[in-house]
Design a protein around this ligand. Structure first.
Ligand SMILES: NC(=O)c1ccc[n+]([C@@H]2O[C@H](COP(=O)([O-])OP(=O)(O)OC[C@H]3O[C@@H](n4cnc5c(N)ncnc54)[C@H](OP(=O)(O)O)[C@@H]3O)[C@@H](O)[C@H]2O)c1
Length: 292
């Protein structure tokens, strides 16, 4: 199948590109001309179309010949992506959302719900896949930071009791799930949550990451409530803040999701966090980002 892929220079997109090419698909990547990561793409292996995923004209120029679009460059671009597919007569769209659409906090879920609704009402042959937090390489912005921190520090400060649940997904497992969503006919007009194998508490997540480095940090728990109250007070005074009180509250929200539907319909079978973080620690060690 000839596929237009957005986000190919990113964490998920890079893994997706590998899976697509390995499986014999012809891939054209839409890449912003100003991308600092364009060198990650091998022009011998993939076709590059320069353009912005936020622009209907750029997307339209990249579409001719494509039978499907896999959009991994951000759900916020759903309106131009949908408009370009309709304009170009391309029907098949796999779009990456986020399990944050399930959040009780409106700033996380509201706009994502609206974007998903737009996709569902598009008249296209759509599939929505929703990852949890993605990890697995130095490109991720969460677990790689945690590993580098734990590698340096004998102490880990934790906001809250650490009992809230997480279920991060290893980038390559997610890429396999997205590919299945693209090729399985039954996935058309379906949405799938694609988390890691099992939820684990924040505390166990930090311990598993430290264990992958052979470390045993002292975990110091800091109470969440005073931080949140301080932020709310500052918000009331309309002071500019780096985080919102709602974001701090969200640290208390469990991010655990069942995935029976994806297992049955996509054959989705992700690995556990301890398995995935061991691979990531090995990768960071190999490239000299951690010692442990
Ligand atoms: N990371 C997570 O934990 C997480 C969790 C849930 C859902 N998701 C969603 O999953 C998808 C992939 O996430 P990721 O972590 O792989 O993202 P990422 O590593 O930040 O990569 C984002 C990719 O999108 C490209 N991009 C961004 N804006 C663009 C634009 N206007 N035009 C063209 N390309 C653009 C970036 O290109 P450049 O090289 O130019 O930057 C990059 O290739 C995203 O939709 C994200 O919202 C991520």
């Amino acid at each position: 199948m000839k596929v237009l892929l957005t986000g190919a220079t990113g964490l998920l997109g890079g893994a997706l590109l590998d899976r697509l090419v390995e499986n014999g698909h012809e891939v054209r990547c839409l890449v912003r001309p100003e991308s600092p990561n364009a060198a990650r793409l091998d022009p011998e292996r993939v076709e590059v179309a320069w353009g912005d995923a936020g622009g209907v004209d750029d997307l339209s120029r990249a579409l001719p010949g494509a039978e499907a679009v896999v959009h991994a460059a951000g759900l916020e671009y759903a309106p131009p992506v949908v408009a370009a597919l309709r304009r170009g007569g391309v029907e098949r769209l796999v779009i990456i959302g986020s399990t944050s659409v399930h959040s009780a906090y409106e700033h996380r879920s509201g706009w994502r719900r609206r974007m998903e609704e737009l996709v569902r009402g598009s008249g296209l042959r759509w599939t929505i896949v929703r990852p949890t937090m993605i990890y697995g390489s130095e490109k991720d912005r969460n677990v790689s930071k945690l590993l580098r921190f734990l590698d340096r520090s004998p102490v880990y400060p934790m906001f809250g009791p650490g009992t809230n649940l997480w279920q991060p997904v290893y980038h390559e497992d997610l890429a396999r799930g997205v590919l299945a969503a693209l090729v399985r006919p039954g996935a058309v007009h379906q949405s799938y949550d694609l988390p890691g194998a099992r939820p684990l508490t924040y505390l166990d997540l930090v311990r598993a990451a430290a264990g992958a480095l052979g470390r045993k940090p002292r975990i110091i728990k800091l109470p969440l409530e005073p931080v949140r109250r301080g932020l709310r007070f500052a918000e009331a005074l309309r002071l500019p803040l780096p985080v919102a009180s709602e974001q701090v509250l969200r640290l208390r929200e469990d991010k655990a999701y069942p995935y029976g539907k994806a297992r049955r319909e996509l054959g989705y079978s992700p690995r556990t966090f301890p398995e995935g973080v061991a691979l990531e620690a090995a990768r960071l060690r190999e490239i000299g980002q951690v010692r442990g």
